[in-house]
Design a protein around this ligand. Structure first.
Ligand code: SF4
Length: 150
């Protein structure tokens, strides 16, 4: 069982009401579905945020506050969603999660710097960080081959 960002599977749960179209990733979906039981999750929707919604980024000063572009503090919703994603992963015994890179929830290794200027900094999204803390491997969509080739 693999936890996967719902937007990568065609669910329109992104902040802009769209799904994530990445042609390079989408061509691997049939193989992924054949090889694994995919458990889709959108932590931001699970945390109670609507679709569409104002985009958010993690403020770098303290590393945990998530602030929407209109200044609203959405940290609680992000952490609620992260906990629900973790519960789902544990319920299904997922040891790996394949998550959308650079998202303030799902991103691993690199996220936007909190200034809404498009600048990336090293770091993890709220959900990716919680999953890792509980021993779940987090891969980005560009690492899908790593998973398939196992
Ligand atoms: Fe996709 Fe994750 Fe953002 Fe939901 S929270 S839209 S699953 S990247």
């Amino acid at each position: 069982n693999i936890l996967i960002s719902a937007c990568l599977m065609g669910v329109r749960c992104r902040y802009d009401g769209k799904c994530q179209h990445i042609r390079e990733f989408e061509r691997h979906i049939p193989v992924l579905m054949e090889r694994f039981n995919l458990i889709p999750v959108c932590p931001e929707v699970c945390g109670g945020l609507p679709v569409p919604r104002v985009p958010s980024e993690i403020r770098q000063e303290d590393g945990t506050a998530v602030i929407a572009a209109d200044g609203t503090d959405v940290t609680d919703a992000f952490s609620r969603g992260a906990k629900k994603a973790l519960m789902l992963a544990q319920q299904y015994g997922c040891r790996t999660a394949l998550l959308k890179k650079r998202s303030p929830s799902c991103g691993s290794g690199q996220i936007y710097d909190g200034t809404f200027s498009g600048k990336l900094v090293p770091g993890d999204g709220i959900t990716a960080a919680l999953l890792k803390k509980h021993g779940i491997e987090v891969l980005g969509e560009d690492e899908v081959l790593k998973l398939i080739q196992r």
